[in-house]
Structure formats: structure tokens, C-alpha cells
Design a protein around this ligand. Structure first.
Ligand code: NDP
Ligand code: 8X3
Length: 250
């Protein structure tokens, strides 16, 4: 029986991945800041697999380490880490960008991913076994207008993924990046600070990806035989050619 720790399991891609993993019989450590959502998901999945919830903000370094270090015995050996927690905050030209937004994106998408990885990797290197999936983005492969710091944070995830592949290779640990294009989740609501109309308009006039589409792919990636590692994957809606070209029927 495998155990997966999923960050950002309260919504979108992380939540859909938790549901897909439960269907594969993978025990779950569900992480996020919104505790009620974690408990709801636990209620939904605990009849299928063992579920433990961890309520922390990935920015809080000490909290990340103490919560992961004190996991109950049955959840201590983490086989799969899904580094998913993250968001865009704002979509502004660099000269108008908010320093608070920049801090949030660097602290959550980059530093938070590193803190969680630092807490989980020692168990994997000790057991010489594990699989880390880093959720990057098309924004980690290209830079688009006004995407500046979000794109920088996802380019950092791309570099960290490549670095992990090299440094964890001696331990036989698998490392994979999944880089989605437009996925209809709460992502744009967060980016536009609760402006629902603006958020909805991002996904109108074409079929965006669903969180479940990415979860299916993650479930496929982690279920390959040991000798197969899918190292880096870009997944776009068919209507999307790159980060700026989307075929819309408006
Ligand atoms: P959602 O907004 O639906 O989910 C984001 C998740 O991240 C939530 O569960 C949220 O949990 C968690 N999170 C955010 N900030 C923190 C924090 N400070 N500490 C702990 N958890 C946090 O968006 P998505 O599911 O779309 O996003 C998931 C990942 O996919 C992100 O890394 C995003 O950059 C990436 N991505 C998304 C794309 C899209 O188009 N939607 C495309 C490409 C990549 P809570 O608020 O409860 O803490
Ligand atoms: C999320 C997709 O295009 O909004 O990473 O950056 S995009």
C-alpha cells in the first residue's frame, strides 16, 4: 500500500488528484489551509483508503517541518509527494505589479514547494524509494504579457524539477513535472482576487482542461513501472496552442 502527500488538496488539481489516488488504493495525507475542506474530503475518501489531514500554510517554514515530522506512524513513509499548492496573484505589467503579490507567488510557489520537499525528501533518500511530482505550468516554459512574476515562479519550479532529477538520481527517486495550460479551477478567482466574472471569462469560448484531466495524467504517471519515469510533460486544452494563443468561438 502506497502513501501520497498532496499539497493544495482543498481545491482544483490537488483535490481531483486525491480522489483519483483513492480510487487506486493510495493512502492520503491531504494538505491545505482550509481545514473544513480537508475534513470534508477526508469524510468522502476515508472508506476507500487511510486519510490524514495536515493543515498548514506552505509559507510557514517551521510549521511545514513540524507538521510533516510529527505525522502518525502509519503515514510516515511517504512514497509519493505531489507538490501542487500554488496560485497566481494578480496579472499586471511589471511596472504596476504589487510587491505583496510578488511575495505571495515566490513564497508559496517556490519557497513553499522547497520547504515541503525538504521535509519529505530525507525519508525517500533513506528508503531509496519515492516519486516527486512537481506541478509547474506552461508559464514555466514561456513568459506571457503581465505574467512576469508568476512565470518566474513557475520557471523556478521547472529548474527545481530538473535539479531534483539530477540530485535524487543516485537514490532511485523518480521526479516528474506536469505543466498544464488553462485548467478551470479556482486559480483565476485567486488571481483576480475574487472577481468571479473576470475569472469566468478566462475559461469562456472554448473547452478548458478540467482538474480531473490533470489528475488522470498524474495517476498515469505514478502508475508506470519502476523503470519508466515521465520527467516533463506539457498538457494543454486542444484549443490552446501556447500561453497566448487560444482558439475561442466567441
Ligand atoms: P486552485 O486555486 O483551485 O488550488 C490551489 C491550491 O493551492 C488550493 O488547494 C490551496 O489551498 C493551495 N494553496 C494556495 N496557497 C497556499 C498556501 N499558502 N499554503 C498551502 N496551500 C496553499 O488552483 P489549481 O488547482 O489550478 O492550482 C494547483 C496548481 O496548479 C498550482 O501550483 C498552479 O500554479 C498550477 N497550475 C494551474 C493551472 C490552471 O490553469 N488552473 C495551470 C497550470 C498550473 P488552501 O487555499 O486551502 O490553502
Ligand atoms: C496557469 C496557466 O496560463 O494562467 O499556470 O499561467 S496560465
Amino acid at each position: 500500500m502506497k502513501t501520497a502527500l498532496i499539497t493544495g488538496a482543498t481545491s482544483g488539481i490537488g483535490k481531483a488528484t486525491a480522489i483519483a489516488f483513492a480510487d487506486q488504493g493510495i493512502d492520503l495525507i491531504l494538505c491545505g489551509r482550509r481545514e473544513e475542506r480537508l475534513e470534508e474530503l477526508k469524510k468522502q475518501l476515508h472508506t476507500k483508503v487511510k486519510v490524514h489531514t495536515l493543515n498548514f500554510d506552505v509559507r510557514q517554514q517551521q510549521d511545514v517541518f513540524s507538521k510533516i515530522d510529527t505525522l502518525p506512524e502509519a503515514f510516515k513513509d511517504i512514497d509519493i509527494l505531489i507538490n501542487n499548492a500554488g496560485n497566481a496573484h494578480g496579472l499586471d505589467p511589471i511596472e504596476l505589479g504589487s510587491v505583496d503579490d510578488w511575495d505571495a507567488m515566490i513564497d508559496i510557489n517556490v519557497k513553499g514547494l522547497l520547504y515541503v520537499s525538504k521535509a519529505v525528501i530525507p525519508g525517500m533518500t533513506k528508503r531509496r524509494n519515492g516519486h516527486i511530482i512537481n506541478i509547474g505550468s506552461i508559464a514555466g516554459k514561456e513568459v506571457y504579457p503581465n505574467g512576469n512574476v508568476y512565470c518566474a515562479s513557475k520557471h523556478a519550479v521547472d529548474a527545481i524539477n530538473k535539479g531534483m532529477l539530477i540530485d535524487l538520481n543516485p537514490y532511485g527517486i523518480k521526479v516528474s513535472a506536469i505543466n498544464p495550460g488553462l485548467v478551470a479551477t479556482e486559480f483565476s478567482e485567486v488571481r483576480f482576487k475574487g472577481d468571479e466574472n473576470r475569472a469566468k471569462s478566462v475559461y469562456q469560448g472554448y473547452d478548458p482542461l478540467k482538474a480531473e484531466d490533470i489528475a488522470d495524467i498524474i495517476a498515469f504517471v505514478i502508475s508506470r513501472p519502476y523503470h519508466v519515469n515521465i520527467a516533463d510533460l506539457i498538457v494543454l486544452p486542444t484549443a490552446q496552442a501556447n500561453s497566448t494563443i487560444v482558439r475561442k468561438n466567441l
